[in-house]
Unconditional design. Structure first.
Length: 174
């Protein structure tokens, strides 16, 4: 046997080197798997927490939900509210006659007529309330505040047959 044959090597050193290699490879693989899992794997979302929002073109419910969602977003950024966007949304979604009546209401009440409040809600919900003649009524529930100090306001939004909002009231047109 020569000095370099495997039988002349010290078995303790081989075991330490082998153990180190297994540990290094094992750590490398587990780190790589963790890194790949965080980069490539899609996020696991609980079905109980998953939310979705949908709509249908031309549907009164969708139209009112689109308006209130965009309007609250435009008004809700306290550091930099987008007044121009809020005005454009009102011009696009409200009938001219209702926009004039709403301006009068706002001057009298010193509040935003679309929200019927001086501040912006934390949450909103839109519910279909059915057809009324040639129009459609949609209920908008606005929740102001958070925790135990919340206040809800229910608004009845009337959408005319051409999908423009023709009235917002605190009582139903029914």
């Amino acid at each position: 046997m020569n000095r370099k044959s495997p039988t002349h090597r010290r078995p303790g050193r081989r075991a330490v080197v082998a153990a180190g290699l297994v540990l290094a490879v094992g750590l490398g693989v587990s780190t790589q798997v963790s890194a790949q899992a965080s980069v490539h794997a899609p996020a696991q979302v609980s079905t109980a927490a998953a939310q979705s929002v949908g709509g249908t073109h031309g549907q009164a419910l969708t139209r009112v939900a689109d308006f209130y969602g965009a309007y609250i977003d435009a008004k809700g950024d306290y550091a930099d509210p987008d007044v121009t966007l809020a005005k454009a949304l009102r011009k696009h979604y409200l009938t001219p006659d209702f926009a004039r009546r709403l301006a009068v209401w706002e001057r009298r009440n010193a509040a935003d007529g679309v929200l019927r409040a001086q501040n912006v809600p934390a949450k909103w919900k839109v519910t279909d309330n059915g057809a009324i003649g040639h129009a459609h009524e949609v209920i908008v529930t606005l929740t102001f505040g958070s925790g135990e100090t919340t206040q809800k306001i229910k608004l009845f939004v009337l959408v005319e047959r051409y999908n423009r909002i023709s009235d917002i009231a605190t009582t139903s047109s029914r």
